[in-house]
Design a protein around this ligand. Sequence first.
Ligand code: IPE
Ligand code: IPE
Ligand code: MG
Length: 254
Amino acid sequence: MRVEILNPEVQGLASLSRAERQLPRHVAIIMDGNGRWARQRGHPRSFGHEAGVAAVRRAIRAALDIGVEALTLFAFSTENWRRPAGEVEFLWHLLQRHLQDDLPELHALGVRVMILGERQDLPQAVQRAIAAAEEVTAGNDRLFCAFAVNYGGRRDITRVARELAEEVRRGRLRPEDISEDLLEKRLATAPLPSLDLLIRTGGEMRVSNFLLWELAYAEFVSLPVLWPDFEAGHMSQAIQEYQKRHRRFGGVGP
Ligand code: IPE
Ligand code: IPE
Ligand code: MG
């Protein structure tokens, strides 16, 4: 489906087809730098997380405007439980509020919401907000928006390994039938197109246990901007960088 480009910052791309524009189908973002942003202003880390929610809205809007098919946002890693309990609780509260408050607008915009990660460890109220957002938006197809919450790349692969081992034990699967394709189809990201571009804000050059399998041939762009300062223009900037890359997938290329 062709998405109209509404944002003036990306209008230059409007006259070109999807293929000509070499648009990434699936963009993922490690939304980093909330704490530093707050500290620079003399505020507690929670202030940065709160401001980060507005940046999430801008990122979703930009993805819609540009015509990306899927956007995966890293909101909480399996290692983020190491943070002070008060910060973790605040993050759950924010996620719940965002899902509830923004659900009507996301739905009206045609966004399909999905959560990646182990939701059973989250507070009940958050699990209910997740279920409602997924259910209400299940039929939407303008943008697939996945929030990675209590997600870890290693955890996801380990979960699949365990499931497959169980099927072998029950005699439903032979070890020799376990292929890359089969394993990939069981990952939490299976419903999404394959990952093209990873953006990390905050300037770090690491993946912090995000989509480990999916990142095999994705392009990586690290932006020096702290997440609460993220604007549509940063999304365009990262995509323009992506468009200059030559993806060879191990071959020799042009
Ligand atoms: C990212 O910002 C948000 C989450 C991990 C939830 P941080 O909280 O990691 O901010 P910095 O990296 O400490 O600045
Ligand atoms: C990665 O950021 C996780 C999220 C953005 C949710 P972190 O701030 O947790 O990563 P590290 O600790 O700097 O590697
Ligand atoms: Mg961080």
